[in-house]
Design a protein around this ligand. Structure first.
Ligand code: A3P
Length: 323
């Protein structure tokens, strides 16, 4: 049985104690509504579902961890706020604040370390909000109200490489999780907020059902054509670029401002530590590693790549989603 801290920090809440558990990553995970997560995350997700009040003009930026959340948050912030914060301005908020502070995760204020939902309620509309929750765990009001969702996914082989680096760097300085072990758990569908294919499919299926409400993006495609994607994102966010802006190079300015090269070198993103995940300090720099596609080629053997490809293909079969 797992003792889960409550939202107020009290111990002894055993609401999740009957859930299946599994060891392997940095702590025991529970299987909550078909999704693996830490007990703390499960508790916060249950609180989100009970207490978070979506607004119809909320835009939810949803990702599986390590799929480019930080990048998407930066892009969406820069695009939607460009009338009050011109992209080329020397005092642009992205130059001094983390994308994660400008676009908060829905789940985080519901963790015991943070004050409850008031933080999200205080954000003026229209809100940009991040989440790592699987689609079926979002409060049903998100769909009922017609909140728009931007989902960003990534080639799963690159995700496991990025995830492994992140966990080793962040979770505990003395944790050194073997890559082969992490890979096997990932392939087995056992990873934080995974299985990853269920995470992808939940949002993919919603996108197929409601393409105008759920935009589905791939990191690799964004890397290949950032300007095209910035334009697409602006249209989806209902702030399309005007012809004058396009002529003035504003689209390219957004791409440059939010690029890995630019953001990763800013002091706010390259130094310091912060508790972003609930109870553990994270180096700000951990969110910026390489920012490349096909990094997996340096980590996975041919056999491993084939194995993960086969599982992903099988799990996504018939959905229309491919990698
Ligand atoms: P790598 O570990 O492969 O380098 P998340 O933001 O979801 O935590 O994902 C982190 C991944 O996105 C890391 O991948 C990180 O380097 C990459 N990343 C961060 N900022 C980026 C940016 N502005 N452009 C492209 N990739 C970025």
């Amino acid at each position: 049985s797992v003792v889960v801290p409550t939202a107020t920090g009290d111990k002894g809440d055993d609401i999740l104690s009957s859930l299946p558990t599994r060891e392997g990553w940095w702590t025991t995970f529970v299987l909550y509504h078909g999704c693996w997560m830490t007990p703390q995350t499960a508790r916060s997700v249950s609180l989100v579902r009970a207490q978070f009040a979506p607004r119809d003009d909320d835009v939810v930026l949803a990702t599986y961890p390590k799929c480019g959340t930080t990048w998407l948050k930066a892009l969406a912030f820069a695009i939607t706020n460009r009338s009050s914060h011109p992209v080329g301005a020397g005092d642009h908020p992205l130059l001094t604040q983390s994308p994660h502070d400008l676009v908060p995760f829905i789940e985080l204020p519901f963790r015991h370390i943070h004050p409850l939902a008031a933080a999200l309620d205080a954000i003026p509309s229209p809100r940009l909000l991040g989440t790592h929750m699987q689609h079926h765990l979002l409060p049903p009001r998100v769909d009922e109200l017609g909140c728009r969702i931007v989902y960003l996914c990534r080639e799963p082989k690159d995700v496991i490489v990025s995830l492994w680096h992140f966990i080793n760097k962040v979770i505990d300085d003395d944790l050194s999780l073997d890559f082969d072990k992490a890979f096997e758990m990932f392939v087995d569908g056992f990873s934080s907020v995974g299985p990853i294919w269920n995470h992808y499919l939940g949002y993919w299926n919603k996108h197929v059902e409601e393409p105008d409400r759920v935009l589905f993006l791939k990191y690799d495609d964004m890397m290949a054509d950032p300007t095209g994607h910035v334009k697409k994102l602006a249209e989806f966010l209902r702030v399309p670029f005007t012809d004058d802006e396009v002529d003035a190079g504003v689209v390219e300015e957004v791409v440059t401002l939010c690029s890995f090269e630019k953001l990763s070198r800013l002091p706010v993103n390259s130094s310091g530590v912060v508790d972003r995940i609930g109870g553990r300090l994270v180096h700000n720099s951990a969110f910026f590693r390489k920012g490349k596609v096909e990094e997996w080629k340096n980590y996975l053997t041919e056999e491993m790549a084939k194995k993960l490809d086969a599982v992903v293909e099988e799990k996504l079969k018939g959905s229309g989603l491919t990698f």
